[in-house]
Design a protein around this ligand. Structure first.
Ligand code: NAD
Length: 428
């Protein structure tokens, strides 16, 4: 997130350039898709609780909306940079395109640290963000959602401000709302379940019976918990999970060869996804170093914590038993590690395909809000399964027919869909 030497937007552009070359996109299309269509930078002046005034910096990037309204989260982070927001907005364009939902890509942010702000101050920032951008976002233009350090409460304050300004009820303006206030059933489990729908399909193709497999997970937050839930329902055995221990300031791996009961582990996990080590010991877990999750003799690895976690320093620790890596997190594999994985022939379900269940369910939330009619949890999950399964096979069919890497196939599909939409509209 900090700018440092690593610039996420440069990386996103490099990834795009490589695929654009492969697709032989013309110069104008390349130029169009290398940069956001629009971006807004603005001040958000707030009266703080102590009576002083402070000005926060807000952003919204709309990378591309040729396929439908822009879609993407709003992050609150002290080290937020406009290049991070740009990169994430571009990745959202590819993510919505790879699952073929009629949305584009956007992302927003505010440079602030909600951990040091009262709820009233956070509410003022939310309302200030909307006041600055209300004319340029909306159910038919650009639909925000929660992201790093924002949640359903922030979304409702933003919705309320938007409705006050426009004078209409517009619950489809924003997603990630709480249940009963326009939220969708199934959203909590959508990303983790989405990861597992694609894992299930990949294993079928690899002729592996999921109920005879074992898996190791990095992270035990929203994505990982529900991925393990569904994996266990399918008969798989999760034997290791790592998570961050904030007291010791390091990651720890919890291992149970007989299989992890995710509900039991959840009962000793706090809301930040940190497991209580002492209680884990009492429940019979082995306590191992943070990196141990990647060194397990399992069939499947699911990195679902943070970016850059499979890198040059640990990629060679991956055991020969591993046949599949499903990227639950965004950007968990560095380009160097990716080359090693590719050379070893491990089947990879790339991040923007594997974890697209979240945005797909947000799209369902928007659809339900726009028609003011809500589906049952089962209906939501069935529709999610269909979308994820279909998207997985489109990518894997292309990877197999062209004998290319899954990540490249996913990029080829999404970038060509977006390029085609721009062309049909007569933009380039
Ligand atoms: P979360 O905050 O709920 O959980 C993160 C987990 O990772 C926690 O268990 C934490 O302890 C653990 N962790 C942090 N640092 C670690 C480390 N160094 N080693 C091991 N574990 C560590 O987050 P989440 O919502 O589950 O998201 C996880 C990833 O998935 C992120 O990359 C996020 O961007 C991505 N993602 C999430 C969603 C979603 O809907 N939640 C959607 C798409 C992508």
């Amino acid at each position: 997130m900090s700018e440092g030497s690593f610039n996420p937007f440069k990386m996103a552009q490099q990834q795009f350039d490589a695929i654009a070359e492969n697709l032989q996109l013309d110069e104008a299309t390349k130029e169009l898709l290398r940069n956001p269509d629009r971006e807004y930078h603005f001040n958000i002046p707030i009266r703080m609780d102590d009576g002083t005034y402070k000005v926060f910096r807000g952003y919204r990037c709309q990378h591309n909306d040729a396929r439908g309204p822009s879609k993407g989260g709003i992050r609150f982070h002290p080290q937020e940079t406009v290049d991070t927001v740009r990169a994430l907005s571009m990745w959202m364009t590819w993510k919505t395109a790879v699952v073929d939902i009629p949305l584009g890509g956007g992302k927003g942010g505010v440079i602030c640290d909600p951990r040091n702000l009262s709820l009233r101050e956070q509410e003022a920032i939310c309302r200030g963000w909307v006041r600055q951008i209300a004319r340029n976002v909306g159910p038919l233009q650009d639909v925000p959602a929660p992201d790093v350090m924002t949640n359903g409460q922030h979304m409702l304050w933003m919705l309320d401000e938007y409705e006050r300004i426009t004078g209409v009820k517009a619950p489809g303006f924003i997603t990630g709302k709480p249940l009963g206030s326009g939220g969708s059933l199934g959203r909590t489990e959508a990303t983790g379940y989405g990861v597992m729908y694609t894992v299930r399909e990949a294993l079928k193709e690899l002729n592996i019976d999921i109920s005879k497999t074992t898996a190791s997970f990095q992270g035990f937050g929203n994505v990982s918990q529900y991925a393990i839930d569904l994996y266990t329902q399918y008969g798989g055995k999760a034997i290791a999970v790592s998570s961050w221990d904030n007291k010791e300031k390091k990651a720890i791996t919890y291992k149970k060869l007989s299989g992890i009961d995710w509900k039991e582990l959840l009962s000793i996990t706090n809301r930040f996804g940190e497991v209580d080590q002492q209680k884990a010991l009492e429940l019979g877990y082995e306590i191992l170093p943070g990196d141990a999750w990647i060194q397990q003799e399992v069939d499947i690895l699911v990195p679902a914590a943070l970016e850059n976690q499979i890198n040059a320093s640990n990629v060679n620790m991956i055991k020969p038993t591993v046949k599949l890596i499903a990227e639950g997190a965004n950007g968990p594999t560095t380009p160097e590690a990716d080359e090693v994985i590719k050379a070893r022939g491990i089947w990879v379900i790339p991040d923007f395909l594997a974890n697209a269940g979240g945005v797909t369910c947000s799209y369902f939330e928007q659809v339900q809000c726009n028609m003011n009619y809500f589906w049952t949890r089962q209906e939501v999950l069935e529709k999610l399964d269909q979308k994820m399964t279909h998207a997985y096979h489109a990518v894997s069919d292309l990877a197999k027919s062209r004998k290319i890497y899954m990540r490249d196939a996913a990029y080829l599909i999404s970038i060509s869909r977006v390029a085609e939409a721009c062309k049909l509209r007569g933009w380039v």
